[in-house]
Ligand binder design. Sequence first.
Ligand code: TXA
Ligand code: MG
Length: 351
Amino acid sequence: MKTIVKKINEQDMEPGCLREAATILKEEGLVAFPTETVYGLGGDALDFEAAKKIYAAKGRPSDNPLIVHIADVDSLEVLAKEVPEKAYILAKHFWPGPLTMIMKKSEVVPNGTTGGLDTVAIRMPNNKIALQLIRESGVYIAAPSANTSGRPSPTKAEHVVEDLSGKIDMILDGGPVGIGLESTILDLTGEIPTILRPGYITKEMLEEVIGPVTIDKAILSKNIDPNVKPKAPGMKYKHYAPKADLTIVEGPVNAVVREINALAKKQREQGKCVGIIATDETYAKYQADVVKTIGSREDEEQIARGLYGILRDFDELKVDVIYSEGFAESNLGQAIMNRLLKAAGYQVVEV
Ligand code: TXA
Ligand code: MG
């Protein structure tokens, strides 16, 4: 299959380009498009065949459900069996935006989209291209991140081209995304809303609006108890895995730099090619084959935006081992560390 790649400007969208993408979606095809979090791989959420194609293109296990993207709040009533009051309150505060809500699904949502679950994940993305594509096509768009399963999520169209060129109909290139980490997932089916995946919208932000919120235990701990199963099926896979062996080193910054340099030296003596994920503050202090800065420690948003890109860069550079500094787990730091720990397969050295 030849994949059409089209540049599109969020501030000045070319109608012909969107029309072409919308037609593909209406005809059971797949279109990758930008959202504010990461690029999504879209197909008609109510069409069983389209869902099957999404799983095939990504190489994704079919028990891992898809998020349904909508462009107006009224769509909730179509997709959900019952819409909890809190969903409306949250939608008012955070939509369009990086929050996905889980509710009981209605009859119209096929099991192919929800991985056989009786619940559905719904989100309204904060990106004009995405919203216009939903409106123009008239379909609800099921969209996982537009990467090959197991690779870091795409934060620019080039990443989608790397993974999915030749496997999908079209890629809309709207430039680099703003946030860089996938949406916060909040399960509203229980008594107390539960965060199944941390993201840009934090527990504190949610609690300010709807009161108590809990976090799924399985996503918190570093020494994950294999008996505690994450409630979001996707969180159980070793996601976002770079090709090299990644280890996170945590502790006071100066001690971290010393330890990483010592570990890197040992590896290089054994002939290994070593990469380091540093910060602006520490960049100059490292000796290794490749040292890359992810941004300033003071700027969590910059770190979030840069994380997946840097992991992909290291894949290209063919390093054998990567050491990364750890980050504070407050605010956005929780989402950053959640993704970094998964990429590292939970290998952490504390100093
Ligand atoms: O920011 C995002 O959410 C991006 C953009 C494209 O919108 N999408 C995204 O989709 O990250 P994906 O498929 O890569 O991740 C969806 C996650 C998976 O971990 C999946 O298991 C979980 O959402 N999920 C989907 N439906 C669910 C449900 N009904 N119950 C529990 N977890 C669900
Ligand atoms: Mg994903």
